[in-house]
Design a protein around this ligand. Sequence first.
Ligand SMILES: Nc1ncnc2c1ncn2[C@@H]1O[C@H](COP(=O)(O)OP(=O)(O)OP(=O)(O)O)[C@@H](O)[C@H]1O
Ligand SMILES: [Mg+2]
Length: 451
Amino acid sequence: MIKSLRNQLVVALGLLVSVIGVVQGVSSYQLSKAGMSALLDLRLEQVGARLRDGFAEVISQNPSRGSQDERDVVLVVWKPDSSVPFRTTDPSLHFPRDAKPGFSDSVVNGESWRIYTRQDPTMTIQVAQRSSVRRALTQENAAMTLWPIAVLLPLVWLAVVFVVQRSLRRLNRLGSEVQAIDAGHLQPLPTAGVSDEISPFIHSINTMIERLARSIDKERKFIADAAHELRTPLTALQLQADNLAPQIVQSNQERFQELRRGIARSSKLITQLLRLARADAPVGASPLVRVDLAEVVTGAVADVLPIALNRGLDIGAEEMIDAHVRAIETDIGMAVKNLISNAGRYTPDGGTIDLRMRRDGAMAWIDVVDTGPGIAQDALPRVFDRFFRANPDIEGSGLGLSIVKAIAARYGGDVTLRNRDDGRTGIVASIGFPVEETRTAEATAQHAATA
Ligand SMILES: Nc1ncnc2c1ncn2[C@@H]1O[C@H](COP(=O)(O)OP(=O)(O)OP(=O)(O)O)[C@@H](O)[C@H]1O
Ligand SMILES: [Mg+2]
């Protein structure tokens, strides 16, 4: 059973064309053979008629035996009341004189012959031809009719493959488009120029995309609302704990501090949840500005510098390049800060964190390289999953990288995380955005000025 629709069509159409070709070939072969046989018969008849018109005398009276070419016709003329032929072109052959008038087949001297016999009152005329010669002539001629089909059949197969492939190209393209749909970019598939057969599929897929987008949006709103609702009582709780602090007796201090840490953890989790819900939402009406990536990087480094110095971490930005991206500035800042925060949190005191920028085609990348322990290779593919933490010993909500990924996706960028491959342990976390070229920026500015 062939699974591929393309192969099914190619085989079915190819076989159909081949059967038609073979039937056509066989029938033209047979027709050609019959036609050639009729022509040869006509020739025997015409030669017989010439002999009656007085040409019989022209035949030599004593032809040497076996002097005739195999392919020639043999002529025999009999006079009435004579048991030997009056004239014959081959005396070694004795055809049955009483053969029925017209065409007959007989075996003479061990060979099969086609004989035309004409009975006239003054003479009997026989014109004969070897059946083997006739067969060779008719077959040779009929075989010629098979050439066009033999040449055309492979070409028709090629044409079938080409036509089927062309017709299914739209379907293949649709497959790739469906594959490219991801939860971050739920765009309906284009319907322009789609054939009638494919249109219902696209319509169903688009309806499904719409439903999916609605339910994802609902989920996002729910998370945002829940986080927002939780924030107020948690802030109140924190305030109450702060007020309560001076009244906690020494023996309960440790348990009280644990309670405060718990409140702080929950608070951080809710903040991260809110950030994720915001990063996941479409850009919407928020104004996009031209963000200088190098500025964001140096700003983020400056922000963490005091904490880093405190922990003996050597943090620095080098190889800055000139690259801009059209975005909400705080988004880019938050993404870079999240990566730096990870590097700082998971790198032991005294380690190094380097930030570098590089350009790769239309993308500008920011690499954050640390000297931490790295991540187990089998855990790497899951680090962008929500709430996934590869190292449960160190506190964290497991949402930072999900936020970074959502921000990258928001602007058509990407984020990757890999272990260092330069002989040291540590992580290379990279975030890339499509660069806004200066020319486009100028055009936008001009457009804004003239508008
Ligand atoms: N630079 C790094 N070095 C080692 N492990 C890392 C690094 N960055 C991320 N990880 C691992 O990936 C996990 C997921 O990171 P992510 O930033 O999403 O969450 P988190 O840091 O645990 O929490 P959050 O950032 O929300 O406070 C982390 O728990 C950590 O185990
Ligand atoms: Mg983190």
